[in-house]
Design a protein around this ligand. Structure first.
Ligand code: HSE
Length: 433
C-alpha cells in the first residue's frame, strides 16, 4: 500500500470529527482505499483549545501555508471556513503545489469558486466539496451523475438546518422567533455570525453551488441571488399558516425557464403535507425535478460534525480510487454562462399580514388599493377576538390570487402610507406543491 498524506486546516466540530472517524476506522478505510492514510500536519487558530482527539499525536503548525510547504501532502483539507483570507490563500497555494483539495467551505466556493476550480483544473488536482452542501446528503455527487443523462429543470431545497430548526420549533411548540433563536444558539446550531443563517446567506451559498452543478454553469455572481431571511416572521404568521393548512419554511429554489434561470432564497408557506413541508427540525431536504424522470427527493442531516465529516471521507475515497476528476463533473471551459430572470416576474399567491386600526372604512381603503394594483383577493381573515392587540391594531390577513412580486411590492408601498396601517406590512409567497 502506498502512503496518502493529508494535512487538515481547521479543527472545529467537523475537523475533529474527521480525525475521530479516521482514528476509529483506520484499517477499514485503508483497506477500502488501498492506501495508508497518514495525517501529516494539522493546524487551527488555537492549539490549546480542548478537542475530542489528542493534538499532541500530530504535527502541529501555526501557519497553514508553512504546513503545506513542509509536509508536501497528497491532500489538503480546508475546514477553516473563511470566505477569503487564509482559506483562499492556503487553497491557492496548495493547488499551485499540485496538492488535491477537499473543502466544506460553501462561502469560499460561492465567492471564489470559478477562479480556484479553474486553477485546480490547470494543475490537474481534484477540488471536491461534497461536505459543503447539506452535510450528510450526497447531493453533489448525485447532481454530477444525474446531469449526464437527465435534464434538470428545477431544484427546491431546505438547505439550512438552523433556520429549519427555528421555524419548526416555533411551529411545533408555539414559541416566538426570539425564544426559538435563543434555543438554537444554546444547542450550538447558529453560525458565529447569525446573519449567515437567519438572512439566508448560507442557503444562498449552497444554492449557488447546486445551480452550477445542476445546469452546467460557471458559478454565478453571488450578489445576483435574491434573498429574504426569516427574522420578521412572527408567531402569529405561524398560527395563520396552520389555519390555512400551510407551513413556513426557508426555501431555496433554482429553475430553468427557456434559456434563463431564476433563483432565490426566501421564507415561503408550503403545503404542510408536501415533501419539503414535512422536513422538520435541523434536517435538510432537496427535491430535484428533471424532464426525464420522476422527482428525486433527498432528506437528511444537513449539519453536524459526523454528518459533514462522513461526506469528506467519501471525497477522500473518490480521490484515492478515481484520481483526478473535474470539480463540476465537466471541464471548466465547457461550463456555460446564463442570463437570470428577475424575481419580480415571479407569479404566485401571497400571504399578507397588515396590522390595522379596527375602525370603520379601513378595509374599504385597503381593498381599493388592491383593485388599483390589479391584485385579486382570494381569502381574508380578521379575527380580533382571538388575536393579541398590538399598538391598538389588529392583524388583517389577506391571501391573494396569483400575482407578480413587483405588483405586491408596489401595493405594499402604498398600503404602508395609510395612517390606519401600523408597523411595516409583512408578506410571504405561498408555494403550493
Ligand atoms: N449553518 C449551517 C446550517 C451549517 O444550519 O445548515 C451547515 O452548513
Amino acid at each position: 500500500m502506498s502512503d496518502f498524506n493529508i494535512c487538515i486546516a481547521g479543527l472545529g466540530t467537523v475537523g475533529s470529527s474527521l480525525i475521530n472517524i479516521i482514528e476509529k476506522n483506520k484499517n477499514k478505510i485503508e483497506n477500502r482505499l488501498n492506501k495508508k492514510i497518514k495525517i501529516v500536519g494539522i493546524t487551527a487558530k488555537n492549539k490549546r483549545k480542548k478537542r475530542s482527539f489528542l493534538t499532541d499525536n500530530y504535527n502541529w503548525y501555526d501557519d497553514p501555508l508553512k504546513m503545506i510547504k513542509d509536509c508536501k501532502p497528497n491532500l489538503f483539507i480546508e475546514l477553516m471556513g473563511y470566505e477569503k483570507e487564509i482559506s483562499y490563500n492556503s487553497i491557492k497555494f496548495a493547488i499551485k503545489n499540485k496538492v488535491n483539495i477537499i473543502t466544506a467551505n460553501k462561502a469560499l466556493i460561492a465567492h471564489n469558486g470559478n477562479e480556484l476550480i479553474s486553477l485546480a483544473e490547470k494543475n490537474q488536482v481534484s477540488f471536491l466539496f461534497e461536505a459543503s452542501v447539506a452535510a450528510a446528503i450526497p447531493i453533489i455527487n448525485t447532481l454530477k451523475s444525474m446531469i449526464i443523462s437527465n435534464k434538470i429543470i428545477k431544484i427546491l431545497g431546505i438547505l439550512n438546518g438552523t433556520t429549519n430548526y427555528i421555524l419548526s420549533n416555533m411551529t411545533n411548540n408555539n414559541i416566538s422567533f426570539s425564544e426559538a433563536l435563543k434555543d438554537a444558539k444554546k444547542k450550538g446550531y447558529v453560525e458565529s455570525n447569525p446573519d449567515l443563517d437567519l438572512e439566508g446567506i448560507d442557503s444562498a451559498h449552497k444554492l449557488s453551488i447546486l445551480t452550477s452543478l445542476a445546469f452546467g454553469l460557471n458559478l454565478i455572481n453571488f450578489n445576483e441571488i435574491y434573498r429574504e431571511g426569516i427574522a420578521n416572521i412572527e408567531l402569529q404568521d405561524i398560527e395563520f399558516s396552520k389555519k390555512l393548512g400551510l407551513v413556513i419554511k426557508l426555501v431555496s429554489i433554482v429553475e430553468q425557464i427557456n434559456n434563463k434561470i431564476r433563483l432565490y432564497v426566501k421564507p415561503m408557506m408550503l403545503n404542510k403535507n408536501s415533501r419539503l413541508g414535512k422536513v422538520d427540525g435541523v434536517l435538510n431536504g432537496i427535491q430535484i425535478q428533471s424532464k426525464d424522470i420522476e422527482d428525486i427527493f433527498l432528506e437528511g442531516q444537513g449539519a453536524g460534525g459526523y454528518a459533514t465529516a462522513s461526506s469528506i471521507i467519501s471525497d477522500i475515497y473518490d480521490i484515492c480510487i478515481n484520481g483526478y476528476s473535474p470539480a463540476f463533473g465537466i471541464k471548466f471551459n465547457k461550463l456555460k454562462k446564463i442570463d437570470k430572470l428577475s424575481v419580480n416576474k415571479d407569479f404566485n399567491s401571497f400571504y399578507l399580514r397588515l396590522n390595522v386600526l379596527d375602525k370603520k372604512g379601513v378595509l374599504a381603503k385597503i381593498t381599493k388599493l388592491f383593485n388599483e394594483n390589479n391584485i385579486s383577493i382570494e381569502t381574508m381573515i380578521q379575527n380580533p377576538k382571538n388575536m393579541k392587540i398590538k399598538n391598538n391594531s389588529i392583524p388583517l390577513i389577506i391571501i391573494t390570487h396569483k400575482t407578480y412580486l413587483q405588483d405586491i411590492n408596489n401595493l405594499i408601498k402604498k398600503i404602508s402610507n395609510l395612517l390606519e396601517v401600523k408597523d411595516k406590512p409583512f408578506f410571504m409567497q405561498i408555494y403550493k406543491v
